[in-house]
Design a protein around this ligand. Sequence first.
Ligand code: MN
Length: 451
Amino acid sequence: MTQNKQHSLLNRANEAGRVLKKHIKNGDNIRIISHNDADGISAAAIIANTIKEEGGNFHVTMIPRLKKETIEKLHNEKYNLFIFTDMGSACINHINKLKADVIIADHHQPNDTEASENVVHVNPHLFEVDGSRELSGSGASYLVVRELDKNHLSIFALIGAFGDMQHLNGFTGVNELILNDAVESGKLEIHEDLKITSKNQEPLYKAIAYTLDPGLPDLTGSFEGSMAFLEKLGISYGIKFADLSGEEQDVLKDALIDVNPKIFGQVFSTPKDSPALRDLEDFSSILDSCGKSKKYGLGLSLCLGERDKALETAIEIQNKYRNNLVKGFEWIRKEGAVELDHIQYIYSEDPVLKTIIGTLAGVGLFINILNSEKPVIGISRFHKDIKISGRTTRELVNKGVDLGKALHDASVNFHGQGGGHNIAAGAMIPHKNKDEFLHLVNDIVASQLEK
Ligand SMILES: [Mn+2]
């Protein structure tokens, strides 16, 4: 049965592939609209690389959210093919009205409208395939071009899947099929190694402090902590991992496994690429930084093969973003969270901190700077509103906590809106209701834990 569903999904994607091929052959300039995160940039890259390799032309726009108005503006654009990647399924009722061929390659929950004749809708949810773990937006885009002899582009579907955290329990379902394509293409190498970020590129103490996944208590987000840790092991902290002796690498490996066993595991890499991009998780994290810093075009150009100056700039952007995170972790280490009975919160009006507060909240729970026994609510102020990022642990979810429901139910009380997953969710409410809102979330979480 599962095989059948996957098969139907692949058939739908092939249909989209034939539409794409027809328009490339016709010499049409193809319009791509994609989400602006690591998955969305990778998704656009798969389509753009395909068109480029086949000698066609394209025009890409990346945006944070697809709105009705955005689609209405596209009515005035003279294209014969529009492709929406990592977005579109929720707006299919508006997309249906476009007077051109359309491909949607998305993995978010679609709305109930059927696609009209001119629209090929590729989405795992339509075939009962899990779009949160088994296929990303870049994965759906890869399926579209898969039959056009593009196995080498499967690498970008993995980079996007890392961006959407679909790797956490290993690649399964359609993601596994994509992984096999990547291995068969000869570009991907999988080996067991330390999963320290940028270890080919940054001095050790920085690489360790920048490692967010998995979080390393006392080390993640702390240059001092990492330096002290390395000094204690007798390893000089200023050199790169690759420049350590074999013996030193072993000492470091054992010590880090003591901190968090998940630090040693499968690393997916393209050995021929530049050191900074070789590890696919590093590539994904650079795209994530480009996305969060609104440098989508730069992220896309890396995916189209630009290196040298483009890569240098991207690394600078990534380091700026990472140093902001380190400052954020320092802030939490110093100030701590405000604890209520069943939740805790951190609040900032700082322009830098408020852009990263969700990441700080999520990682903070795993590195002993926040109380891992309580969900954390990150709050940042935007004019008259506050933006809420809620994060909790798998253990608390197993005890009944559902932040998506808690933030949704609490925010409607204050004419705000909210929702998401049980483990990570968000909301937007008026600033004046902040304290009442927090107490309501506290009460809702208390009742979730009682059940
Ligand atoms: Mn996505």
